[in-house]
Design a protein around this ligand. Structure first.
Ligand code: HEM
Length: 455
């Protein structure tokens, strides 16, 4: 127990700690942070634990999540752990910044994600999916690595939509760069937990640093090019170039802009690509669900090529994608650090406490989801959604820090699924589905090779 004696009726300041060995947690974090989650968080609303002398609150109760991430959002910051793991690549861009610096960046780019703006981007999304489909149709041996293919497709989309083409940024090197950067993040989280000094070496550090240097240099050249030859395109690069802080009048330096381009490129393609790869894997193992998707695509498109008007009508396909993200949320854990003492439910959480919202566990929680491990897109029928607490499902987070690209991602994913499934059928090669491993995002533990037949 931590804290002092309890006054009746006052918020609780003592916490029922679940014992967790610091060493076991550290080893699990390095291997796969999902394994460091206390197992009781899949059945209990909240779990308190102390590792390396620091209290952590794991929250799976939707009402508590609402209190923390929505109602009291200003009482929390992203914390040192996040900045330590992601700061070297993303600096103080939108995902990693806090307070006023976060707010003006969010306001500066919000216009680019309004519904009307996204509708304009739909044809670009469909065209990218068609390029992938054509590449597949011409593929030699009839197999594809679906994770890699989805990374290429969503990367193509993010570069086209956010940077108007990207001026020859090398997709394969960027994908490898992002993987090299993410691979050792288990170490950065574990060392952060121990408050180890920043210079401590760990496996993969050199490669991760080289990757960041390459990625940031590639983006800097995009900005330099745009500063040299300005234009009036309505893309993210120009939004960032023309942003100014309403309070201070400050504009963004090249480093600020690189921080944000890095943020949007990494957060904006890898997550959607992983979710799509998991979706294809799930569909291939459930032919009756795949059949319903194919029937819907056929009914909506009437055999015509998928176009922008079809996408919003693919209701069941969207349910399938939502259910895939329930089982495999691309961002499986989000964390915050309390900036001040804050009351959450009946507890008074002291400043400095690390709050962990294990989206992966919320989405498989025994009290929120009947038969939680089963893949069942009917859970996302509109009538079924109404019966659940709002934050029982939160692949995009919640509150003011909710994913800015959430509608973009769903629109793009449904478009890609429709364009590809209309023409090809994917079948799994491996007898067992891949296991999810967290490397900031939720990745499969093995390449997802699938065989491909034309429809
Ligand atoms: C399936 C795809 C996606 C998933 C599951 C996802 C998930 C998330 C989550 C959970 C957060 C909140 C993190 C937190 O609260 O700590 C977030 C934030 C963010 N996401 Fe996404 N994301 C996806 C796609 C995208 C796309 C397509 C973009 C951009 C085009 C994007 C850009 C961002 C940015 C910039 C933030 C930081 C927002 C802020 O703090 O104001 N994401 N995302």
């Amino acid at each position: 127990m931590a804290g002092s004696a309890q006054v009746p009726g006052a918020p609780k300041t003592t916490f029922p700690l679940t014992p967790q060995s610091t060493l076991a947690v550290l080893l699990a974090i390095v291997r796969n942070p999902l394994e460091a989650l206390p197992s009781s968080i899949f059945t209990e609303p909240v779990v308190f634990s102390k590792t390396a002398g620091e209290m952590k609150v794991y929250m799976a109760d939707p009402a508590l999540i609402h209190e923390a991430l929505v109602k009291n959002a200003e009482a929390f910051g992203k914390g040192d752990q996040v900045r330590r793991a992601l700061g070297p690549a993303l600096g103080r861009g939108l995902l990693t910044a806090d307070g006023a610096h976060w707010k003006w960046q969010r306001q500066s780019v919000a216009g680019g994600f309004r519904h009307d703006k996204l509708l304009e981007l739909q044809p670009t999304m469909i065209a990218a999916a068609q390029r992938t489909r054509d590449r597949w149709i011409g593929a030699g041996d009839g197999t594809v690595d679906v994770s890699h293919e989805m990374m290429r497709t969503t990367f193509d989309i993010i570069v086209e939509t956010m940077m108007s083409g990207g001026y020859g940024v090398d997709v394969d090197r960027v994908e490898k760069g992002i993987s090299d950067f993410l691979k050792p993040t288990g170490w950065t989280f574990a060392l952060g937990l121990l408050h180890a000094p920043d210079w401590i070496p760990y496996p993969g550090r050199g490669r991760a640093e080289a990757a960041v240097e390459f990625l940031r240099a590639s983006l800097l050249s995009v900005i330099e090019e745009r500063r040299k030859r300005p234009d009036d395109r309505q893309d993210l690069v120009n939004m960032l170039l023309s942003a100014s802080d309403p309070e201070t009048g400050r504009t963004m330096s090249d480093a600020d802009i690189v921080d944000n381009l890095m943020t949007f490129i990494t957060a904006g393609h890898e997550t959607t690509a992983l979710a799509l790869a998991w979706t294809f894997g799930l569909l291939a193992r459930r032919p009756e669900i795949e059949r319903k998707v194919l029937d819907e695509i056929d009914a909506v498109t009437e055999g015509e090529p998928v176009n922008a008007e079809h996408v919003s009508k693919l209701v069941y396909t969207r349910q399938v994608f939502s259910e895939a993200m329930r089982l495999y949320p691309p961002a499986p854990i989000i964390t915050r650090t309390a900036l001040r003492d804050v009351q959450l439910g009946e507890y008074l959480i002291p400043a400095g406490t690390v709050l962990i919202v294990p989206i992966y566990a919320v989405h498989r929680h025994a009290s929120l989801w009947p038969d939680p491990e089963a893949f069942d897109p009917d859970r996302f029928r509109p009538e079924a959604v109404k019966t659940r607490p709002r934050y029982a499902y939160m692949p995009f987070g919640a509150g003011p820090r909710v994913c800015i690209g959430n509608a973009f991602a769903v629109m793009e994913a449904v478009a890609i699924l429709a364009v590809l499934l209309q023409k090809v059928r994917l079948a799994t090669i491996e007898p067992e589905p891949p296991k999810p491993v967290m490397k900031v995002t939720l990745r499969p533990n093995q390449a997802q090779r699938m065989t491909l037949t034309l429809r």
